[in-house]
Design a protein around this ligand. Structure first.
Ligand code: NIG
Ligand code: FE
Length: 419
């Protein structure tokens, strides 16, 4: 299939974009893309490709802009229930951490999720996966983390693998048994830390070998934060995970700087995420280690908190910046990376071009998948987003509606119908 009549083809060619390099869209005006067997076979000017492949079936993009499907490198896709009542409590003056300390917050979603069967979790989670896809996300990382006990965490993992199998959204799974101290261990957080490090992680490795032997190992993530895991506890868990061969991620510096971002760099984590209270030393350490800095602007927005990731400082330090939705029931229930781009333009002070690169090729880098997704280049997976508009800058500029016209996943076309 030859996709042609593309006003602007944003290729994002050339790999992940560090520091001042961010925002290199690699635009081909009046471009075309040849797709074969779900892969991108050729990319170039429309007149050249139309002449070279005269008999190829054609897809007329109608003069619209085309870019790689979004790669959302941080979601908490699978949970049961909702926290609408807590949202209202926050508006009435309670803070997120106060609600958490009183047994609400993440723990309230843990209660609902522990009580849900695989089928119930699937029924609640699938519409969110479809919503991500409908808004142009073709690959999403997705975390467990609302079980805080092995059996329930593995049930969430099973749901995530099943959603990925059903498609079209591609799922990159992460184990987050260390999202919060399990309620049974609030008096002895070190005991729960040991359970995760010495119990859950080896059990996860064995479960993986049995249930998903053909898939790469999932990421292991820890919420390193006041009220969750200390730096020492985080180190214990991530080191155990690394010893078992799991790739690493971390939630760091959302409310307080405990040193999690520098720990991520030291341990060779693929990414450190949130990064609101991050210091210049942390930024330099991440840049030197190649740990991708993932900003989650929906989280402060969702909490009506004016503090966002100092994205420009991260870029000035030479860091690789990605953006993600953080889709979750507490701080930011948002399935729309277009809205994440709009927030990034305003509060991280990125240009649309920078935000788009952070949402595609650099999102792929945060998942170690930049050799397969995140750009439109020959040899990569054919994951494309056709916009409703002919100018990419409408991403960022406009918000609150869906600008996706058509989503293409592994060469299969999904028209976005918004009647
Ligand atoms: O990334 N910060 C920790 N985890 C989520 C919030 C999860 C929740 O509130 O349910 C986050 O923002
Ligand atoms: Fe998160």
């Amino acid at each position: 299939m030859l996709v042609h009549n593309i006003s602007q083809l944003l290729t994002l060619a050339g790999g992940p974009q560090r520091g001042a390099d961010l925002g290199r869209l690699g635009i081909i005006d009046d471009g075309a893309v040849l797709i074969r067997d779900g892969q991108i076979a050729a990319v170039g000017a429309a007149d050249a490709l139309l002449a070279a492949y005269p008999d190829e079936p054609r897809l007329d993009a109608g003069g619209r802009a085309v870019l790689p499907g979004f790669v959302d490198p941080h979601t908490h896709l699978v949970w049961a229930g909702n926290r609408a009542a807590e949202f209202e409590m926050r508006l009435q003056g309670k803070t997120y951490l106060e609600i958490q300390a009183a047994g609400g917050g993440i723990l309230s979603t843990v209660r609902a999720t522990r009580g849900a069967s695989v089928d119930a979790l699937l029924a609640e989670t699938l519409p969110r996966a479809q919503a991500l896809f409908r808004h142009g996300t073709t690959t999403a990382e997705a975390k467990t983390g609302y079980g805080l006990e092995l059996e329930s965490e593995l049930r969430q993992m099973q749901v995530l693998l099943e959603i990925g199998r059903r498609g079209p959204l591609e799922i990159v799974p992460t184990y987050l048994g260390a999202h919060m101290i399990a309620p049974e261990y609030t008096a002895d957080p070190d005991a729960y830390t040991e359970i995760v490090a010495a119990g859950q992680l080896p059990a996860l490795a064995a479960w993986w070998a049995e249930h998903a032997p053909d898939r790469p190992l999932p990421f292991v993530d820890v919420f390193c934060e006041t009220g969750a895991f200390t730096l020492a506890q985080t180190r214990r868990i991530l080191q155990a995970a690394r010893d078992l061969g799991f790739p690493l991620k971390i939630h760091a510096d959302e409310f307080d700087n405990l040193g999690g971002a520098s720990l991520a760099a030291e341990l060779g984590a693929a990414s450190a995420d949130h990064l609101v209270k991050t210091s210049p030393e942390d930024m330099r350490a991440m840049a030197a280690a190649g740990t991708v800095a993932v900003s989650l602007p929906c989280t402060p927005f969702g909490l009506a908190d004016p503090h966002y990731t100092p994205a420009r400082d991260i870029l000035a330090a030479g860091g690789t910046l990605a953006i993600a939705s953080d889709l979750n029931p507490g701080t930011g229930w948002c399935e729309n990376m277009q809205f994440v781009i709009a927030l990034s333009c305003r509060y991280l002070r990125l240009t649309p071009a920078q935000a788009i690169a952070a949402a595609t090729i650099n999102g792929a880098a945060a998942l170690g998948l930049d050799d397969r997704v995140g750009s439109i280049e020959a040899g990569k997976q054919a994951d494309l987003l056709v916009l409703k508009v002919d100018d990419y800058r409408h991403l960022g500029y406009r918000f609150g509606t869906n600008l996706a016209h058509m989503v293409i996943k592994r060469g299969v076309i999904y028209p976005v119908d918004e009647i």
